[in-house]
Ligand binder design. Structure first.
Ligand SMILES: Nc1ncnc2c1ncn2[C@@H]1O[C@H](COP(=O)(O)OP(=O)(O)OP(=O)(O)O)[C@@H](O)[C@H]1O
Ligand SMILES: [Mg+2]
Length: 365
């Protein structure tokens, strides 16, 4: 078990900044997901934690001990690459025990630990079978077993499910999460898939272009995104962004969008620039005659209990998640109302969310 602290971590490759002044703490026993688009610095961060890459500056602490300059082999952290790859010519037992045999542990201990892991994963009856004939789910359990048998202080996983098709991915995600609930080993899991991150993480760290933008529980980053990038990256379909007239003082409760007045949560800080950006998630917009904005229905997609309605307004194209009981037709003009307590206003110069009552009670201030 371990807590991993990252302090002002930087990594430059020549004059390219891959990781720019990252600071965050992975709590003991946490399932911590690093999420961000390709090239944002996820793998580089993970490799620095593992000791495979030296930081340009900054510190890495493992359970309070500075391990920045320790070799990877001195850190007792397991780096799991492809979870799915097994050794096809070996039995289940030999696949699981492989990392222990590499370490040269005594045979009795290898046997005991392999059997412990098999019991945990409920594959004891398969131990002496070859992996060739196993069902997909059992193969996944064997792969997991091999990853956890070392009992490392922490696990680092870099897109371990990347090569799997969608159905197996879902199952493996579930299995991984269930396993984590049982063994509670600190895990840092890297993915660029926001749905995977949202469904698995205790907390998510969102990166873009080398910067850590926000660390928080899935609900927190969804409901109170710190920046416009976070708001747009998490959630599908994406949050709607509308150009609004900027410049307001703290305490403001409404904002002008294309000549209409839209209510928003009470602001805790002002905005000194012209041209704010207003963010509203599709489920926080209602189709309602009295709504301040009007537009023409461009598309209606039925999705079971909900429908996704695309509306073209003078302020831009908006996507609205509405109950199926709302009747709308293609080409029709509708009014749009916003849930005032859920609207986020962004500063267009910094892309940061303007603090409001929406953010009250936010641990990260
Ligand atoms: N050894 C290196 N030398 C030079 N540039 C590098 C090196 N390693 C990574 N980079 C660059 O640093 C940036 C971050 O890379 P990194 O592999 O950490 O991204 P990532 O978030 O893991 O992306 P992906 O989702 O594609 O795996 C990229 O622009 C990459 O090209
Ligand atoms: Mg990567």
């Amino acid at each position: 078990m371990a807590e991993i602290q990252i302090r002002n971590l930087k990594k430059h490759f020549a004059d390219f900044v891959a990781v720019n002044d990252s600071s965050f703490t992975v709590r003991d026993g946490e399932f911590f997901v690093m999420l961000g688009p390709s090239g944002c610095g996820k793998t580089t961060t993970l490799r620095m934690i593992a000791g495979l890459e030296m930081p340009t500056s900054g510190q890495i602490l493992l359970d309070g001990e500075d391990v920045t300059f320790n070799r990877g082999s001195e850190r007792d952290i397991a780096f799991v690459f492809q979870l799915f790859a097994l050794y096809p010519h070996m039995s289940v037992r030999r696949n699981i025990s492989f990392p222990l045999r590499i370490q040269g542990l005594p045979r009795a201990e290898i046997r005991a630990r392999t059997e412990d892991v098999a019991r945990l994963l409920q594959i004891t009856h398969l131990l002496d079978r070859g992996v060739g004939g196993l069902a997909a789910g059992d193969r996944q359990r064997v792969a997991l077993g091999r990853a956890i048998v070392r009992r490392a202080k922490a696990f680092l996983m870099d897109e371990p499910l990347g090569a799997l098709d969608a159905e197996f991915r879902d199952r493996m995600c579930e299995e991984l999460r269930l396993l984590h609930n049982r063994i509670k080993a600190t895990t840092v899991y890297v993915t660029h898939d926001q749905i995977e991150a949202m469904s698995m993480a205790d907390r998510i760290c969102i990166m873009n272009k080398g910067d850590v933008l926000q660390v928080g529980a899935p609900m927190e980053v969804y409901e109170r995104p710190a920046t416009k990038f976070v708001a747009g990256f998490i959630g599908s379909p994406s949050m709607n962004f509308l150009a609004a007239r900027g410049k307001f003082a703290p305490g403001t409760r409404e904002i002008r969008v294309n000549g209409a007045t839209v209510a928003m949560p009470e602001t805790r800080e002002g905005l000194a620039t012209e041209g704010a950006v207003l963010g509203a998630r599709p489920e926080h917009i209602r189709i309602a005659d009295e709504g301040p904005l009007r537009g023409r229905v461009f598309a209606v997609e039925y999705m079971g209990a909900r429908q996704l309605v695309t509306v073209d307004t003078d302020a831009g194209r908006l996507r609205v998640r509405a109950p199926n009981t709302v009747r709308v037709d293609y080409g029709e003009t509708v009014g749009l109302a916003f849930d005032p307590e859920r609207i986020v206003v962004f500063n267009p110069d910094t892309d940061r969310a303007v603090r409001s009552t929406l953010f009250d009670g936010d641990a990260h201030g």
